[in-house]
Every structure is written in C-alpha cells, then in structure tokens.
Design a protein around this ligand. Structure first.
Ligand SMILES: C[S@@+](CC[C@H](N)C(=O)[O-])C[C@H]1O[C@@H](n2cnc3c(N)ncnc32)[C@H](O)[C@@H]1O
Length: 343
C-alpha cells in the first residue's frame, strides 16, 4: 500500500506491527463471536441486542462518551454509513479512541463537529475501518488463483473477463489482479473494476505509489517489469501523497506503471448499499473487509455477490471470512477462500 509515514497503520507497518494488528483483530473478532454466542443476547431482536451489547462494551471501556445508539443514528444521517452492520465492540472502540484523541468529551460534541467540519468528516471516514493492504496478500492463495482459478475462468468464460475488486483499499489488490491475469491474457485486454467506500484511499490507489514493504509478495519478473524505483526527481510525487518526511519516504518508494494503472477503473461504492452492486461479473475479489461486519450484514453481502456473479462465476474472499451456509445461498466451495455461484 502507499507510504504514509504519518500513520504507520496505513503503511502496513513492520511485519511485527502488522502481526500485532492481525493478532489484535483476531482477539477482537473472537471477543465479538463470544459476545454473539451469549444466548440471552442472541434471542433478542437486532436493535435491542446491539444496544445491550453496546452497554456491555461501554462498561468494559474506560470512557463513556454517551449513547452509542444516538451516535449510530446521527452517523447514518450524515454519512450514510450504517454502523449497525459493523461488529460493535471493535467499531465503538475505534470511534471512541478517535473522539478522545480530539479532546472531545461526548458523542453530541463530536456529531456537531462532523456537521460543520468537512475535514473532520473525512477523518472519520478514513478512520472507521482499517486500510491495510499489500500486493499478493497471502501468496499461497494467489498461487491457487494463478494456477487454478484464472485458467478455470478462461476455460469457462473466455478472455474478456469482468472482474470486481470490492473494498480494494490502496489498489494493491486490483493491481495484483492485473499482473496475475497478464500471464494469460494480453494486458490491454485486462479490465478490473475496483471500489472502496473511502474516497481518500481511492485517490492514493490511483496515484499508485507504494513503500517497498508492500511489494514483498510481487513476483520478481513483475516487479522488474511494472515498478519503478522513485528518485530525487520524483519528490513532487511523494510530497503530493502527504508524506511528513518525503526525503526518507522517497528512499523506499516505488511507482506502479501506467500500463498496470490504466487497466483499473476505481469508483467509490458502499458494500452495504444494494444500488452499488454491478451485474454480470465473472469474478469478485472481496477480502479482509467482511471480518468487520456483523453476521447479518455479511450474509446480505454474500447474497448480493451471488446476484452480481454469473453462473459459475468465482468469489475470492479472505481466509478468515468463510461463508457459513454457503449451500443454502447456492454457492459451491472450492476451498476456504474460493467459492462459485452454482445456480
Ligand atoms: C483491510 S482493507 C482490505 C483491502 C484489500 N481488500 C486487502 O485484502 O488487502 C478494508 C477496506 O474495506 C473498506 N470498507 C470498509 N467498509 C466498507 C464498505 N461498507 N463498503 C466498501 N468498502 C468498505 C475500507 O475503506 C478499507 O479500504
């Protein structure tokens, strides 16, 4: 992902930092699952359950900024983001941290700020989910994509493939797709539709400047062919992506080639909005975002993906995001991260 020294989280950080983010996420996910399993909660309707879980979360949290239900309603009105679809304990903690860091004492003051300050609003949208990404993330899964899935897609649908990278973050994933497909299809024929809810991150994706850490998984042949090490002449390019120390950033910065960039069309789209789903796709790649969603929201997304895919189209998801009840939704399972539309 692009370098952004102001926020190491967004660069992916060091391997140990990334691991600790992943560990923390796992712990939070497990906590959310445990919470969901509390039978008294799971018997309740969704809104009551969320409110009860919110109370539990605020008791656990050291700060009490007010009524989370109020915050969710206001955020929906201002941003169209429905926080009910995101796992609550994790999301509330992230938002509370942001508000506390800004020196605000409660939700109403924060909402007032969001209503009047465009920058604060952008900051909220940037903060409420994690943008960590990297090229060829989980290389063994990309190997399966390379050796099995792409040949299968070509056999089924030919070479004019319609592929959607949903929640694409900084572009590492759609650009990896272009490279992987270019082994089988003339690159001028490759087209990827890439979307994310976060406009700022899409702007970074379009610029296509990355720290070398996020290139670690790129096969050498592609690295040599499609990436250029930035030099002193590229200072403007690094400055424009908001580096706090552009000189240091430049030393490890790479630009992805226009040949790759030109194959991807980026658009803002919200996975929680039915109208943002395209039609008749051969493959959807949507990884490492559904882990933030509640089970209900995740199911809804999987059903919409099913409608987006053509018969025998493939869905590639994150390794911790299995589709429970995939048979009922008319998916076939190729392994824990690749599924196909059956009907
Ligand atoms: C951790 S990144 C995943 C990036 C990439 N898919 C990968 O696996 O490396 C999660 C992305 O999901 C996006 N996101 C969160 N909620 C979303 C929503 N409701 N609709 C679309 N994108 C969303 C975030 O902005 C973020 O860029």
């Amino acid at each position: 992902m692009p370098i952004d020294l102001k926020d190491k989280r967004k660069t992916g950080g060091t391997i140990s930092e990334r691991k600790s983010i992943a560990d923390r996420k796992n712990i939070l996910d497990r906590a959310a699952v445990t919470r969901d399993k509390v039978s008294s909660l799971s018997q309740m309707p969704l809104s009551t359950r969320n409110s009860a879980a919110s109370n539990i979360a605020s008791v656990r949290s050291s700060v009490n900024l007010g009524d989370y239900e109020y915050l969710k309603k206001q955020i929906l009105g201002i941003t169209k983001v429905d926080l009910n679809a995101y796992k609550e304990a994790q999301m509330k903690r992230r938002i509370d941290q942001l508000i506390t860091k800004k020196g605000l004492k409660d939700y109403p003051s924060y909402i007032n700020l969001l209503k009047t300050d465009r920058e604060a609003l952008e900051e909220f949208l940037n903060h409420f989910t994690i943008n960590v990404s990297e090229f060829y993330r989980n290389p063994d899964q990309w190997e399966f994509m390379d050796k099995t899935v792409i040949p299968l897609l070509i056999q089924r649908f030919g070479k004019n493939l319609k592929i959607w990278s949903a929640a694409c973050s900084t572009g590492d994933e759609p650009y990896s797709l272009v490279m992987a497909l270019s082994k089988y299809i003339p690159i001028q024929q490759v087209r990827i539709y890439a979307t994310d809810i976060d406009k700022t991150i899409l702007a970074k994706a379009k610029r296509g400047i990355y720290d070398e850490k996020s290139l670690a998984g790129v096969p050498k042949e592609f690295r040599d062919k499609y990436f250029r090490k930035l030099t002193g002449k590229d200072m403007d390019a690094v400055e424009v992506i908001g580096e706090s120390d552009p000189v240091a950033a430049l030393k490890t910065a790479y630009a992805v080639s226009d040949e790759i960039k030109s194959r991807v069309t980026f658009r803002q789209a919200n996975l929680l909005e039915a109208k943002d789903y395209p039609k008749d796709y051969h493959m959807i790649v949507c990884r490492n975002v559904l882990i933030y969603f509640t089970e209900e929201a995740k199911d809804e997304v999987f059903r919409r993906f099913h409608d987006t895919l053509l018969h025998e189209g493939i869905l590639f998801i994150g390794s911790t995001e299995q589709i429970t009840g995939y048979q009922d939704m008319h998916y076939g399972r190729k392994n824990s991260f690749f599924y196909e539309r059956l009907d």
